[in-house]
Design a binder for this molecule. Structure first.
Ligand SMILES: NC(=O)c1ccc[n+]([C@@H]2O[C@H](COP(=O)([O-])OP(=O)(O)OC[C@H]3O[C@@H](n4cnc5c(N)ncnc54)[C@H](OP(=O)(O)O)[C@@H]3O)[C@@H](O)[C@H]2O)c1
Length: 268
């Protein structure tokens, strides 16, 4: 499908790995000018090269830690100077904090909300002037389908992600008069970055093959107790395609939605 992204400008936070990287690659293949925010300079340099090769000669990796407001401002200034406006803003940053209510410290709660909620709020506030200057604009946030289940060991993670989903819903109403469509995607389990490395570690501990998707999926089925009709974890492109559509001009009527991308579950 032509996403109508040729020459559009797009920013993906966390765009060097996992879902963010897959999304940035969809944008690049469709001819968008793509910027990615991340912390690792090596990751940014490699991603910038890859995106340019894929069809985004103006792609740029910008070193921004989204927990640092000054760096976020600088990152958006770079985009403003370069392109002057922004069509698509995709936020994929998420907290990696685990622990039950008895275990989590005050600092860990703050970290969860800093990464899962405030980083997105901070970026959106900087993005809005640029999105409003564009002739069409979309925002997509990555939440998590675990917000709809009881997972006590992820309580601060799911709380921060639930806040993000709520913000997205409200932004949809606030920004509709400006023609800016805002949606959230809620992934199930995906074989990306940290999750994949964690599963590979479990595979080694259990004496099964860490490089075998079948073995990794068996661990998920046995340990996670998650509903998944397709019976396997998702791959980055399988969610990147959905995010890229929601963030594109081709999406002209979806806003305020929270879209499950979870291989099938009974969640509404
Ligand atoms: N994978 C799953 O099963 C799953 C399920 C449900 C929801 N999610 C959510 O989906 C989103 C994407 O997850 P993923 O697994 O695709 O991630 P990932 O592969 O671990 O990639 C994370 C990306 O974010 C960047 N990043 C991390 N902290 C950052 C910071 N403080 N400032 C700027 N960039 C930062 C990383 O680059 P640097 O390290 O270089 O900064 C990298 O580009 C997250 O919000 C996660 O909570 C994932």
């Amino acid at each position: 499908m032509d996403l109508g992204l040729s020459n559009a400008t797009a920013l993906v936070t966390g765009g060097t790995q996992g879902m963010g990287r897959a999304t940035a690659e969809f944008f690049a293949r469709d001819g968008a000018r793509v910027a990615v925010f991340a912390r690792s300079s090596d990751g940014l340099a490699e991603t910038e090269k890859a995106l340019r090769r894929l069809g985004s000669p103006d792609a740029v990796g910008i070193q921004v830690d989204v927990t640092n407001p000054a760096l976020v401002r600088e990152g958006f200034s770079t985009i403003s100077e370069r392109w002057g406006s922004l069509n698509a803003f995709v936020n994929t940053i998420g907290p990696g904090v685990t622990g039950s209510i008895d275990e989590l410290t005050e600092e860990q709660w703050k970290e969860s909300f800093e990464l899962g909620t405030m980083s997105a709020v901070r970026c959106v506030r900087e993005a809005l002037p640029l999105l409003r200057k564009a002739d069409w604009a979309r925002i997509v946030f990555v939440s998590a389908h675990s917000t709809r289940r009881q997972t006590p060991s992820l309580v601060s993670y799911t709380a921060a992600k639930s806040a993000l989903t709520s913000i997205s819903k409200n932004l949809s109403r606030t920004l509709a008069p400006d023609g800016i469509l805002v949606n959230t995607v809620s992934p199930g389990t995906f074989l990306t970055g940290g999750v994949r490395r964690w599963l590979e570690g479990m595979a080694v501990e259990r004496g099964v093959d860490p490089n075998s998707l079948e073995d990794l999926n068996r661990i998920i089925a046995e340990d996670f107790g998650e509903p998944c009709d397709l019976g396997r974890a998702g791959l980055p492109d399988e969610i990147g395609a959905v995010i890229a559509f929601l963030a594109s001009r081709t999406n002209s009527y979806m806003t305020g939605a929270d879209v499950n991308v979870d291989g099938g579950s009974d969640f509404a």
